[in-house]
Design a protein around this ligand. Structure first.
Ligand SMILES: [Zn+2]
Ligand SMILES: [Zn+2]
Length: 92
């Protein structure tokens, strides 16, 4: 398998899992709002339980639900990957 073929198995969508309620959601579903104490900052929240900034990025390989351990640059894109898929895709 060539690296390009392997990379095409990654999905472009960012996916996250909430540490609080275990809900899995995409970057489009993340709640965003101004931090009431520091208005120039944006805070992000789980769309299910509304907990703020208590979620982790998931591996973007297909629909692998492992938490990510690192990122993998590819062309203009950047993917979150778990350790298993990082090795599989030939990253370090
Ligand atoms: Zn949640
Ligand atoms: Zn993975």
């Amino acid at each position: 398998m060539k690296r390009g073929d392997i990379m095409s198995s990654f999905i472009k969508t960012d996916r996250y899992r909430c540490n609080d309620c275990n809900h899995i959601f995409t970057g489009d579903e993340v709640l965003m709002g101004k931090n009431p104490f520091q208005e120039k900052y944006t805070v992000y929240g789980c769309p299910n339980c509304k907990e703020i900034e208590d979620f982790i990025p998931l591996c973007q390989w297909g629909y692998c639900n492992n938490p990510t351990s690192s990122g993998l640059p590819y062309g203009d894109d950047y993917y979150h990957v778990c350790g298993d898929h990082l090795r599989f895709a030939g990253g370090k």
